[in-house]
Design a protein around this ligand. Structure first.
Ligand SMILES: [Zn+2]
Length: 257
């Protein structure tokens, strides 16, 4: 249950609900980054905000890095990636130098088709592309590629429809949506039963906080993380989401430390 969410800050467990017996401090303390930990049917799922659009999901099944950039040293305190997922080709989402430092012997990649076209050599050999509306699996995790694109006239050039991905992952009964760079498109608004969502909000590349809040209120995830929000006021986003009275928890984390 999400109300048993437990928080880890600087290696110290905080928050009241650590009573399930599923989470082990050893596992949590292995990761120095602040993390939020959720119960799933298979064990703990920890969410590690890294920076801007980069995050790590440590699932009961595998370790998933999403859009890792900024140098492999940022990930030194996290377990090695089994899977790296890329939403699109922009430099704050795709960075071959960072990938080179993170890839282990068994690491796989899942990308959108346009990124697969840009990959070379070893990266390409390890990568599988899925396009908008397609699905795949990684171990026990289901992965659906959701569209991610601009719909406002003067922003269409940034993320044209059909090129980039968001992802919905099914992780031991929890559904996690990483939106990528997008506005509040119909595909987002139509999502059902999302437990944890990562939603961008920065102009001009994605959307303003008002549109983000409007979209979030429509698909009503249980928990939403504003991410990719540099320059935006996420306090306003939080207030707008709260005003909708949909029982959505906004988690403001340190993405720009
Ligand atoms: Zn982008």
């Amino acid at each position: 249950m999400l109300n048993r969410r437990t928080f880890l800050k600087n290696g110290i467990l905080t928050g009241a609900a650590f009573g399930t017996g599923i989470l082990t401090p050893k596992l949590l303390l292995a990761n120095a980054s602040p993390a939020d930990v959720y119960d799933t049917s298979a064990g703990p799922l920890s969410v590690h905000p890294v920076s801007h659009a980069s995050l790590v999901l440590n699932t009961p099944d595998s370790v998933i890095y999403i859009d890792p950039v900024g140098g492999a040293e940022k990930y030194a305190n996290l377990p090695q990636a089994d899977l790296i997922m890329i939403t699109h080709e922009h430099g704050d989402h795709l960075d071959p130098d960072t990938l080179a430092g993170l890839i282990g012997d068994e690491t796989k990649l899942i990308t959108n088709p346009a990124v697969l076209d840009k990959l070379t050599g070893e990266f390409k050999e390890r990568a599988e592309a899925i396009g908008n509306g397609d699905s795949t699996t990684f171990g026990d995790i289901s992965i659906d590629a959701i569209g991610a694109y601009n719909i406002t006239e003067d922003r269409l050039k940034y993320h044209p429809k059909g090129r980039d991905n968001g992802y919905v992952m099914g992780i031991a009964g929890k559904r996690v949506y990483v939106a990528g760079d997008t506005e509040a498109i119909p595909e987002m608004r139509a999502l059902k039963n999302i437990d944890i969502a990562f939603i961008p909000m920065n102009n001009p590349y994605t959307m303003e906080v008002g549109q983000a809040a409007d979209g979030v209120l429509e698909f009503a995830p249980k928990v939403v993380y504003p991410y990719h929000f540099k320059g935006s006021d996420i306090e306003i986003f939080e207030k707008m989401v709260a005003s909708g009275e949909k029982d959505i928890t906004v988690l403001k984390r340190s993405w720009y430390g």
